[in-house]
Design a protein around this ligand. Structure first.
Ligand code: G3P
Length: 213
């Protein structure tokens, strides 16, 4: 399973990239806005930090405007993946950009049939937002399982990229369900790495070593 990081914070990206953990990066307009920097400036820097797909999202909502904006984003770097929302114009823009060999991540997916349509439109990635479904009392991981089954039934090659991850359990179950990619916020990346027994074990080893000197 590939690990993307879900942030536009370049310090965090640098930190986890140095550990060799990152296969790609996802951003969205909310994450870019938090940085106070322009989307283009952030994407250029991110593409230098990570050698893998970097999702940059369009803010247009009409097909031609999405395509124009997406193609301009794709010009920034060969690793840029254009993110479009799962609306009718987004699917049309996805089909058009895919035909021009631009990779597209279809985002804001909340149902299995939406994911099926994104695959038919040629999406490189589909992004189900599981945490936001859990927030409504629904089961985000059930959506992941349904998409996996549907894509496998028909040999669809769109990669299942699990997004809106809120916990280490989300990562664990996404892996068990056969997700192709998880995009993980920095806070959850840290939680994945740390374990209290690792910390107490190391403390004890170092204390024993010190006592022997
Ligand atoms: O990048 C999109 C997605 O991961 C957003 O997550 O936490 O805002 O629902 P969240």
């Amino acid at each position: 399973m590939k690990f993307f990081i879900d942030t536009a914070d370049t310090d965090a990206i640098r930190r986890f990239a140095a550990m060799g953990l990152l296969d790609g990066v996802t951003t969205n307009p909310s994450l870019i806005a938090k940085t106070g920097r322009s989307r283009e400036e952030v994407i250029v820097e991110v593409c230098d930090l990570v050698d893998g797909p970097v999702s940059a999202e369009v803010v247009a909502v009409e097909r031609q405007a999405m395509v124009d904006e997406g193609l301009a984003l794709a010009e920034i770097h060969p690793n840029v993946t254009v993110k479009v929302p799962l609306i009718p114009d987004g699917l049309a823009a996805c089909r058009e950009m895919t035909a021009s060999n631009v990779k597209v991540n279809v985002t804001l997916c909340f149902s299995p049939v939406q994911a099926l349509l994104a695959a038919k439109a040629g999406a490189t990635f589909i992004s189900p937002f599981i945490g936001r479904l859990d927030d409504l009392g629904q089961d985000g991981l059930e959506l992941v399982a349904d998409i996996r089954e549907i894509y496998d039934n028909y040999g669809l090659e769109t990669e299942l990229l699990v997004a809106s991850i809120r916990s280490t359990a989300h990562v664990r179950y996404a892996a068990k369900l056969g997700a192709d990619v998880v995009t993980v916020p920095p806070k959850i990346m840290d939680q994945l790495i740390h374990h209290p027994l690792t910390d107490t074990g190391l403390k004890q080893f170092l204390a024993d070593h010190e006592a022997q000197q």
